[in-house]
Design a protein around this ligand. Structure first.
Ligand SMILES: [Zn+2]
Length: 281
């Protein structure tokens, strides 16, 4: 449910992105009638039985875009991610790394953009009961094997890992007044995105997520030693990969942007480490 709400807090697409998204939907024959540009970030949630070609594109003749391209500039949700076919998950690695899909066919090669926010959702074990549920009798091995299907290169491209507690009945029926509507969150996201775009515009980048790692590690954008002390220690200990190091930095900039501050501090770095490693919550 949370993942489905994600597009509603994302800013409208700028002209060039709206053009790309609309073209992709047109090629796939999915353009809504009316002929207007698609302005909202798209959302795709293919079922876990989806084939490789449904996910990354394919078909006979000239290859059609798949879910990863139809979600370009938007959100791709893989619900019950460990249930997806191994080959389908593997086929996603290239597009996620390069932001593009190349599909070779006998009649020619098609290349489609595929820059998505990927959301993977997984239960803690194959029986789908919440963690610590007494009626779960899955063995630790079965649980490890289940989540192990997501491990490795795919998971190494995931920026944020969060454990979501099961909702209790009391919380579900409670009339809550402290929840924020999507429009309020969307306003905050738009402000943070604008700050990042402004900061990186001279480098030709639009968001913290798109930023090449070296930029954040070198002057003038590297953070002072004391701020990244814990981060460096984790890299030296080997508990964080070089890719993970850059991910924490990008995330820390986003946390600072959301808070309306100029630069991340040590607390932002700590929060980003917690989100990246899944230690938060
Ligand atoms: Zn279980």
């Amino acid at each position: 449910m949370l993942a489905e709400r994600l597009p509603s807090v994302l800013p409208e697409l700028p002209d060039d992105a709206a053009m790309e998204v609309t073209s992709l939907h047109s090629i796939a024959g999915l353009l809504p009638s009316g002929g207007q540009l698609i302005r909202r970030p798209p959302f795709q949630a293919p079922h876990h039985t989806a084939t490789v070609s449904a996910l990354v594109g394919g078909g006979s003749g000239l290859a059609r875009p798949g879910a990863v391209s139809l979600a370009h500039r938007g959100v791709l949700l893989l619900d019950e991610a460990p249930e997806f076919d191994r080959r389908a998950l593997d086929a996603l690695r290239q597009p996620l790394e390069h932001g593009r899909v190349r599909l070779a066919r006998s009649r020619g090669t098609a290349e489609y953009p595929a820059q998505v926010q990927l959301v993977l959702a997984a239960n803690p074990c194959p029986c789908a009961k919440p963690a610590g549920d007494v009626s779960c009798d899955c063995t630790p091995l079965a649980r490890r094997r289940y989540l192990g299907r997501l491990s490795g290169p795919l998971l190494d491209r995931v920026d944020i890992q969060v454990t979501v507690r099961p909702v209790r009945a009391a919380e579900l029926v409670q009339v809550s007044s402290d929840g924020e509507p999507s429009t309020v969150v969307a306003g905050r996201v738009a402000t943070a995105r604008a700050a990042a775009r402004e900061r990186w515009s001279r480098l030709g980048q639009r968001s913290n997520a798109e930023l090449p790692g070296p930029v954040l590690r070198r002057p003038p954008w590297c953070l002072p030693g004391p701020v990244i002390r814990e981060l460096r220690a984790r890299l030296d200990r080997g508990s964080l990969s070089a890719r993970g190091f850059d991910r924490v930095l990008r995330l820390a900039w986003t946390i600072a942007d959301l808070d309306g501050r100029q630069r991340p501090d040590a607390e932002d770095i700590r929060e980003a480490i917690g989100l990246c490693t899944g230690e938060a919550l």
